[in-house]
Design a protein around this ligand. Structure first.
Ligand code: SER
Length: 625
């Protein structure tokens, strides 16, 4: 990225400072994980730095040690409606330092304070900082300890806000697991100086959250109790773009160097130069879509899970673009700027550039076609509704022109119901504005209120769906999940033996009931191939092979024939799981675990489904009986 003198600090500089600071405090730098969680059904995307590290918070040993530091690509879609304000982003970067059973509250807070305020590091004036700590409730005590440490460092009592679980508690990642109170740091963005009455609790609009220190000291049990953890952990998360924003005195994140070139390009392309919110949404959405598609486990637009999110991001951006009067195919232009802007830090974007561009081209074409058939469908629905209305009124054959304006405005279902509009919107992706236009062409008004109700209902449903997704899986280390996880390694090797070495894992998702495995392969598997794969896996299970892991360097892992994505930039050690004897193994794979200890625990393997997932990628669902 070009160093720009205009910036007091760039994202690149802050990332580096953060790593340097914690390295100097004895932390090991590790790579961030993929945006697409591996073997984890609990969420669609990596939503925080903590998420890929859950097994280590639960006590697995991390190959790089107990004190780590990293930066992590994150996607959050929960606040997508907020995008366009000063600070919410769908894709953002999170800086984090980690202690697995090493230091706790005092040390974590002292590190945070030193990094923020020391003239050697960020040099933020203490006057502009305030903090929140957990107020305490029936489950856990008030976090006096954190408050005391902050005060000892010079944060006055009135700048410490005590808030409840909603604000100052993090985790567990599933329904059970490690969790605890957190203490958040805020920066003053109000006018002048904060008064002695102002803190993030009393005056939230004037403070922006910049960093969160989470103290994982409890384990939430299945019956909802909070038990003290043996191993107390620290998980911190600093929002990279937000901190660069405040350090430079910017009023919003779109001025930050890792976003501004994208925003400027969108603005330049726009005919209507006034709709700042639309520039922001397009910038955010294309940036996020490119990051998801450009990940080494990248997901392309589709109607399924992550692919659906990518599709919606792109289509919303195109729709907003139309409103700004931007001509066709601007998505590609903007995507190239995203790759230029973030490609030095995330070189996977450059590796995957061709794929990103060709998929975006296809998606833009598809969207155009969908709009065409959606428009046709919309017209058909309107005609049918109109005929039905005339029939009910005994006015068959009457022309639309001969209906008075007043009657049209009071039309019971203004040509198209909210439900129907929602159907067109969700199936064809056609913008509600377009549906409105089609109705208005005939002099009718769309029942926008009903349409919005439908959208809300749908959002609630999908939220419930994602909460459900959050409830199972590796995060709780259940035995069923562990077994299926080990089975996934066996399946991977069996597929390569039957279909060839081009087979590579493209995704995995495990629930307590089944595994799902996506892999590259150009054709549908024949029944015979499926049977062969099942047999190979079951033969290994019958042999009762043992499962073990060792820690080694990436080079050693490669030399020892391990499968996996070798994209590590940091951290000299990785964890490698082996099924079978060391010198005569069946499977060897880079993996964080957990796994069973012996295949005899598994039972009988059966493939229940083999289908297409996306172009060149097949999907298998399988169970253990
Ligand atoms: N998990 C916490 C967060 O996302 C701190 O990293 O805010």
């Amino acid at each position: 990225m070009l160093r720009n003198k205009k910036y007091m600090i760039t994202t690149e500089e802050l990332r580096q400072k953060y790593l340097d600071f914690f390295k100097a405090k004895g932390h090991t730098v590790i790579d961030g994980a993929s945006l697409i969680p591996e073997n984890d059904p609990t969420v669609l995307f990596t939503t925080s730095g903590m998420h890929p590290l859950v097994p280590f918070l639960l006590g697995e040993k991390h190959p790089s040690g107990n004190k780590l530091v990293n930066y992590q690509k994150c996607i959050r879609t929960g606040d997508i409606e907020e995008v366009g304000d000063i600070g919410h982003l769908t894709f953002f970067e999170m800086l984090g330092n980690w202690s697995f059973g090493e230091y706790f509250k005092k040390q974590a807070i002292e590190y945070s304070f030193e990094f923020l305020t020391s003239s050697k590091w960020l040099d933020i004036s203490v006057e502009k900082l305030a903090v929140t700590v957990f107020a305490g409730d029936d489950d856990a005590d008030r976090d006096q300890e954190s408050a005391k440490v902050w005060k000892s460092l010079g944060i006055p009592e009135h700048k410490v806000a005590y808030l409840g679980k909603k604000d100052n508690w993090w985790g567990p990642a599933g329904q059970t697991g490690p969790c605890g109170p957190d203490s958040e740091m805020f920066y003053w963005i109000g006018q002048g100086r904060p008064s002695t009455k102002s803190n993030p609790g009393t005056d939230p609009d004037n403070w922006v959250e910049i960093w969160n220190d989470v103290f994982m000291q409890y384990n939430k049990t299945a019956d909802g109790k909070y038990e003290p953890l043996q191993q107390k952990n620290v998980d911190t998360g600093m929002g990279l773009e937000r901190v660069v924003m405040i350090l430079n005195g910017f009023s919003n994140v779109y001025q930050v160097d890792s976003i501004k070139p994208i925003y400027d390009t969108v603005k330049e392309l726009a005919v209507d130069k006034k709709n700042d919110k639309a520039f922001r949404i397009i910038t955010d959405h294309i940036r996020a879509a490119v990051m998801i598609m450009g990940d080494d486990r990248g997901v392309m637009p589709s109607n399924l899970d992550q692919g659906y999110v990518v599709r919606r991001l792109i289509r919303t951006a195109i729709r907003q673009g139309r409103e700004l009067g931007i001509s066709d195919s601007f998505v590609l232009l903007v995507a190239r700027v995203v790759i230029d802007t973030l490609g030095d830090v995330y070189d996977e974007l450059k590796r995957n550039e061709q794929k990103i561009i060709s998929e975006l081209t296809v998606e833009e074409e598809k969207f155009k076609k969908a709009i065409k058939s959606g428009t046709k469908q919309a017209k058909k629905i309107m005609e049918q509704n109109f005929d039905k209305y005339l029939h009910e009124q005994g006015k068959e054959g009457m022309q639309v022109q001969s209906i008075s304006r007043k009657e049209k405005l009071n039309f019971p279902n203004p040509l198209i119901t909210g439900k129907e509009a929602f159907y067109l919107y969700s199936t064809y992706g056609i913008p509600v504005e377009l549906i409105k236009e089609l109705a208005e062409e005939k002099g009718f008004v769309l029942n926008q209120e009903e349409f919005e109700k439908e959208i809300k209902k749908h959002q609630e449903l999908s939220q419930a769906g994602s909460e459900q997704k959050f409830s199972g899986g590796l995060a709780d280390h259940s035995d069923e999940v562990k077994k299926l996880h080990t089975t996934t390694h066996l399946l991977h090797v069996a597929l390569r033996k039957v279909l060839g070495d081009h087979v590579a894992q493209k995704g995995s998702n495990i629930t307590g009931e089944r595994l799902r495995f996506d892999f590259s392969h150009p054709a549908k598997m024949t029944p015979k191939e499926i049977e062969q794969v099942e047999n190979i896996v079951n033969e290994q299970i019958d042999k009762k092979l043992s499962v073990s892991f060792t820690e080694m360097t990436v080079d050693e892992a490669k030399a020892n024939g391990a499968l996996g994505l070798f994209t590590q930039k940091y951290g000299d050690k990785v964890k490698v799981y082996t099924v079978g004897e060391d010198d005569n193994f069946f499977s060897r794979e880079l993996c964080g675990g957990p796994h069973v200890e012996n295949l005899s625990e598994l039972g009988h393997f059966k493939i229940t489904k083999e289908q297409a997932s996306s172009a060149g990628v097949r999907r298998i669902k399988a169970v253990l009986e």
